[in-house]
Design a protein around this ligand. Structure first.
Ligand code: SF4
Length: 760
């Protein structure tokens, strides 16, 4: 019945959308709000359009779309379900497929072009920015082709268009998508079979869909949300895996610019304005001059000058944290209206045009200044960086954000990063800070906008929706979360309902132990002062060796940082402890590159299977991993892959980081103190325990799973720390001041496991 209503509704709507051109115009105009394009042909048209403040006089294709507002479909009441990674979303879709609702629900999964494009020529371009650029360019070519119908082409080769973007096929695919629940893989298959683009078909499916499944950043970033055609008014939003929601919001809305990017943007815009000077109207020239002036100011803050090679200009190393207003004064740009510049960027599409200008004229006198591009692209602007984490379920952690994946993002127009930074500067003075980091040369130095109050952006979601459900397996402690994201966004306590339930596994299937000392009686103290001592490292080796002796299958050992992992493993190598461990388990280490994660995991898994079938001396495999690394989130060590998770020390964030210190002092100033503890101090502890909870949660993945969890550090025994473990782990945790009883408990587990295996 529901489906019939939906189909009837959009059959009626389809009638009003029969004009192919109108659909194209709608698509194009939505994309152009945020996405880059590399074409320059419409230079005069767009500029002329911006020239006219009187929108009714505008005759361009962009204003035409505004007149067609009545073609926009009405959105049915729906649920937006969002999660962090595509694999989590796929998992959710598979559960819906298995459920009794699957026959009655219209579901659509949204993704980026990188996930949904089926044009191999475009996919081959690799980076999401290039794919976006090329796709939009082809849209525009198609639009131009329609306009040129009947008019003989004056010059130049024929422009290519995407064969998968035909309105009738898209509408058909939309019907197919809504008629049956598909995951992304199935949609790609359907798109290839029907020769229609899943990216656009899914976007057309949003208004009539009852359940829209999408990654975080499409929902949480206002411009991206608008571009995807999402309307939150009176809808229901479910945010899953929300334990890092605050960090995610901050990351998406932060922006960073290097000196090299600034100099490159300045150089390109200068060349652009020189070339088009005679065609640009006075108002456009004025805005371009203002942008150049602001960029000049930013380079000056970094101790450099535009027009000179940023790699040879040296600066004194140091970090400075400034409020937005102080930063504007320091850069001497406080006289510029920064609220008008983002509007100019948006209307004139100058960043995208600059990208196209550079591509078109590269080699003909226009300087790309790309010598340092790969290095710079490691520091892409906040949203881009976050998008990179979603390219695969393995590349999901902050550690990856600096990794090789980011190197793929090639930006012909650094002005896009500049645009993002200008936008960030329009935040309220109290909600953010600017970090000026000088690193020897202007090229390497950077300015970074740091969002301190993510509630301002979350408030938009909370205000519009009928209900927002924030869910996660490791949401503890909830009080700070409520304070930072809900109360700060103006939500009253009485509007919040909390619900918590236990884990699906029976309590006897986990054995969480807190170890306060090792086999030789050495107290386990992994504080900064003592963790590097040989006796601590040796004792940790002995603990692991004992665990590997009694636990079958896979053991995953988490270290608090890459650096510590490197130090302790080299110590064990030198002392012989590593080879003793290797006699019992084959040793694997978390790879440095995200794209190697899958390979390491499958070898780890194969080794465990081999050992189970034919031990031959080895009882399984041992994996060294890092908290917050590539394997601490989004990867499952279910069943034999993780029969024991060992946590070495407590992964506190780096308290010396100026950014963290600023965030702490912001929280101390704006949030109430709780139980005698400052909100800043609570933030540090919560970050640490959330990371621990994420890592230890990797081992228990389904109802029949079982595993032991060994927390090595006496500090875990503190009641305040224990209280931050998830309820289902906390209630089973036992603290051991000596190693003997803990080891006996583990041996019992072994017995339990064998019994369980016999039962199977
Ligand atoms: S229209 Fe679709 S298939 Fe074609 S290039 Fe764009 S995203 Fe790819």
């Amino acid at each position: 019945m529901i489906r019939n209503n939906v189909q009837l509704k959009y059959a009626m709507k389809r009638k009003s959308c029969e004009d192919e051109e109108a659909i194209k115009l709608l698509q194009l105009s939505k994309e152009e709000q945020t996405e880059p394009q590399g074409d320059q042909e419409d230079e005069e048209l767009i500029i002329a359009e911006y020239e006219s403040d009187d929108e009714s006089k505008t005759k361009s294709r962009f204003s035409a779309t505004e007149e067609d507002d009545d073609l926009v479909e009405e959105h049915v009441t729906k649920i937006y379900y969002c999660s962090r990674t595509h694999s989590q979303l796929a998992q959710f879709v598979h559960e819906v497929q298995k459920s009794p609702f699957s026959k009655d629900i219209s579901l659509v999964t949204l993704g980026s072009r990188q996930n949904l494009c089926i044009n191999d020529e475009v996919r081959r371009l690799g980076s999401s920015q290039r794919i976006n650029d090329r796709c939009l360019e082809m849209q525009k070519n198609k639009h131009d082709k329609h306009q040129e119908e009947g008019v003989k082409r004056k010059r130049g080769p024929a422009k290519s268009v995407c064969p998968y973007n035909k309105a009738t096929a898209l509408q058909q695919m939309r019907d197919d998508v809504l008629g049956k629940v598909h995951d992304i893989e199935q949609m790609l298959k359907l798109g290839r079979e029907t020769h229609s683009c899943p990216y656009y078909a899914t976007r057309l499916s949003v208004p009539p869909a009852q359940l829209v499944v999408l990654p975080y950043q499409i929902l949480l970033h206002e411009a991206t949300r608008k571009a995807a055609g999402i309307q939150l008014k009176d809808q229901v939003v479910i945010i899953d895996e929300a334990h890092n929601l605050s960090d995610t919001l901050s990351c998406i809305h932060s922006a960073e610019l290097t000196g090299a990017q600034l100099c490159r943007a300045h150089s390109q815009l200068t060349q652009y304005s020189d070339r088009y000077k005679s065609r640009l109207k006075a108002k456009n020239l004025m805005y371009i001059k203002q942008i150049l002036f602001v960029v000049e100011g930013l380079v000056r803050v970094l101790g450099g000058k535009v027009g000179q090679n940023p790699q040879t200009q040296t600066t004194q190393t140091g970090t400075e944290m400034l409020t937005i207003n102080n930063f504007l004064f320091k850069a001497q740009i406080d006289n510029i209206n920064l609220f008008k510049l983002p509007r100019y960027f948006e209307k004139s599409l100058i960043s995208r045009k600059l990208g196209g200008f550079v591509e078109k004229y590269a080699g003909s006198g226009v300087s790309l200044h790309t010598q340092n591009s790969i290095k710079e692209n490691r520091r892409t602007e906040g949203l881009n960086r976050y998008l990179q984490t979603l390219q695969s379920n393995q590349s999901t952690t902050p550690a990856d954000q600096q990794g090789s994946e980011a190197e793929k993002v090639l930006s012909a127009s650094p002005m896009m990063q500049v645009e993002g930074f200008f936008m960030a500067l329009t935040n309220s003075n109290t909600d953010g800070r600017v970090v000026v980091q000088k690193q020897g040369t202007v090229s390497e130095s950077s300015v970074k906008f740091l969002l301190l109050n993510p509630a301002v952006h979350f408030a938009q979601v909370l205000e519009q929706c009928r209900a927002v459900i924030i869910a996660g397996g490791t949401m503890q402690p909830v009080s700070d979360f409520k304070q930072e994201l809900l109360f700060s966004a103006g939500v009253a306590e009485e509007r919040i309902t909390e619900f918590s339930c236990g884990h699906v596994i029976p309590p006897e299937n986990i054995l969480p132990l807190v170890l306060c000392s090792g086999p030789s009686g050495q107290e386990l103290d992994f504080t900064f002062q003592s963790r590097d001592t040989p006796r601590m490292m040796d004792e940790t080796g002995r603990i692991l060796s004992n665990i590997c002796n009694v636990v079958p299958g896979g053991v995953v050992c988490f270290f608090p940082s890459y650096e510590y992992s490197r130090r302790i493993v080299s110590h064990w190598e030198a002392s012989g402890a590593l080879s003793r461990l290797a006699n019992k388990k084959k040793i694997f280490q978390e790879p440095k590159k995200a794209n190697q994660v899958e390979q390491v995991l499958s070898e780890f898994s194969r080794c465990i299977q081999r050992c189970a079938a034919d031990p031959g001396g080895l009882t399984g495999a041992l994996l060294f991993s890092v908290v917050g690394g590539k394997m601490s989130e989004g990867i499952n060590f279910s069943d034999d892959l993780g029969r024991c998770v060992v946590m070495v020390g407590m992964p506190y964030p780096n308290i010396k980081s100026p950014e963290l210190q600023e965030k702490m002092s912001y929280l101390d100033k704006h949030l109430p103190h709780n139980g005698g503890k400052s909100p800043g101090q609570a933030l540090i502890e919560n970050q640490c325990m959330k990371a621990v909870n994420q890592s230890i949660g990797r081992a228990i993945r389904h109802r029949g799973d079982y595993s032991s969890i060994v927390l090595c550090d006496r500090r875990y025994a503190r009641p305040a720390t224990l209280s931050k473990l998830p309820e289902w782990i906390k209630e089973r945790t036992s603290t051991h001041t000596t190693f003997g009883p803990a080891f006996a408990a583990l041996r019992k587990v072994r017995f339990f496991l064998e019994k369980k295996q016999k039962q199977v």
